[in-house]
Write a protein that binds this ligand. Structure first.
Ligand SMILES: [Zn+2]
Length: 471
């Protein structure tokens, strides 16, 4: 790790500075690919119709260990680093509010260390770093899965920066997203309203219908919408166009599809009622995360084996000052506590409330629970046995997608968390190289869970990555 500390610290800063949005991470992906190429990896850039998707390979033979790297930022989160108040950064409207600068960089570090181990040990094994664009609302990994990029892997490992250290378990939700575009007839709203047919009425009626539908869906299902076009700002014109976007979540892709079909019927009903037309544009989808207890245990053992970071007083002071800015947030919502319930959750939440940085690994227990929220890691997990963990980079409870998360992205604590995560991933990879039976057992569990059914991408074949969408 000492060999790569400087390189990784710099790469993390570079990607944080670029702060590029989904599918437009040209500089960030290039920066990572350049590092890999310089280090002797075989790099393939531009996969599955995405310029910023890449793989970097080294080694030969089985086990083939995939490490997932993300690097996209979020819009509306421009923020200076290492300050404890909101302070937009000049020259960009974006910011790394989910820590994907750290995520991708640690995976790069793990790939380098694992390659070195393969070389030194002379053992059979291949390491594949998969550069995954557009995690934030783009479902980049679903397109990679559809194109077969994960097919040759024996296991896939990844992580996510958060406020604590924990192996992720349970299943995150499958989802899909679609635009409903209504077209009507404009008219003077006072002089000739009877000639107009309002597209905005159709959007409103559709939303009313969807809100009644909520009574008749499973408690774990979710419907979210945003009106993306109100048809103009003049109330005295009958709006002849309007649009609403729906994001639908459930426990698996089949259930999402069934909900989506019902929402489409409601849209058609709204169009019928208002004598407007509706065009439905499917945007993207991702699968639920399929957990793997064999790989979860592997990650937990590695998290316990690698020494946790030690922080300087100055670093802890910064973490405390950040904590002061969001006292009303529930630390139980931290990514690292999603798999914990009951008294244990209350107790750990209280510890998180008091401590500037988490200094322990949450005891792991494999869970078969539904976790609200989605990740396109789901699609990778339906192709290859996959597991992920959360590594402490931020003061516990830091809300995701917030200026506080952006501000901490280059801090000493975040960099130490990133280096820890790289070491954990590399350690886990080494265990699989030393004992390929781990990959075999993980595959057996995967086959049991999927009942041998092949992966079906929840995105229809004709739908391509939506490069024009805003984050
Ligand atoms: Zn994220």
């Amino acid at each position: 790790m000492e060999d790569y500390k400087q390189l990784l610290t710099k790469l993390n800063e570079t990607i944080w500075d670029y702060a590029e949005l989904k599918f437009c991470e040209h500089h960030s992906a290039q920066a990572m690919a350049d590092v890999m190429r310089d280090q002797g990896f075989e790099v393939e850039m531009g996969l599955a119709g995405m310029d910023t998707a890449f793989t970097a390979k080294a080694g030969a033979g089985h086990p083939v260990i995939g490490l997932l790297a993300e690097f996209d930022a979020l819009s509306g989160l421009s923020q200076c680093a290492n300050v404890v108040h909101p302070c937009p950064r000049e020259g960009t409207g974006n910011g790394h509010g989910c820590g994907h600068n750290l995520l991708g960089t640690a995976s790069v570090g793990a790939a380098l260390m694992l390659r070195d181990y393969l070389k030194e040990s002379g053992r059979s094994g291949t390491v594949v770093l998969v550069g995954c664009p557009a995690e934030e609302g783009g479902s980049g990994k679903a397109y990679l899965a559809r194109a077969g990029v994960f097919d040759g892997l024996d296991v896939a490992l990844t992580w996510h920066p958060g406020g604590g250290n924990a192996v992720m378990t349970g299943s995150m939700q499958a989802n899909c997203q679609a635009y409903f575009r209504f077209k009507g007839k404009s008219s003077h709203a006072a002089a000739a309203p009877y000639l107009g047919r309002s597209a905005l009425d159709a959007v409103e009626l559709m939303n009313v219908g969807a809100n009644y539908m909520r009574e008749h869906i499973e408690p774990t299902d979710r419907l979210h919408y945003a009106v993306t076009d109100t048809g103009g700002i003049s109330p005295n014109v009958v709006q002849n166009h309007a649009e609403v976007i729906y994001l639908i979540r459930s426990t698996d892709s089949d259930k999402v599809k069934a909900l989506y079909d019902r929402v489409c019927k409601i849209a058609q009903g709204a169009a019928l009622m208002t004598e407007t037309q509706v065009e439905i544009v499917f945007d993207k989808a991702c699968s639920n995360v399929l957990s793997n207890s064999v790989l979860e245990q592997l990650l937990y053992d590695s998290m316990c084996a690698v020494p946790l970071p030690q922080y300087t007083e100055q670093e802890l002071e910064f973490a405390r000052a950040i904590k002061e800015t969001y006292q009303d947030v529930d630390p139980g919502s931290d990514l690292s506590l999603l798999g914990v319930t009951g008294a244990k959750k209350r107790q750990l939440s209280q510890r998180y409330r008091e401590m500037p940085m988490a200094d322990f690994v949450v005891e792991h227990q494999h869970q078969d629970m539904n976790i609200p929220g989605s990740s396109d890691v789901g699609d990778c997990s339906h192709v290859v046995p996959t597991a992920q963990f959360v590594g402490a980079c931020f003061t516990p409870g830091t809300p995701a997608h917030s200026w506080q998360m952006v501000a901490q992205g280059k801090s000493g604590t975040a960099v130490k968390g990133m280096l820890y995560a790289a070491s954990v991933l590399a350690h886990a990879g080494r265990q699989v190289v030393d004992d390929p039976q781990i990959a075999v057992r993980a595959r057996e569990e995967f086959i049991r869970e999927t009942e041998g059914k092949p992966y079906v991408c929840p995105i229809p074949p004709e739908v391509l990555p939506n490069m024009n969408a805003n984050s």
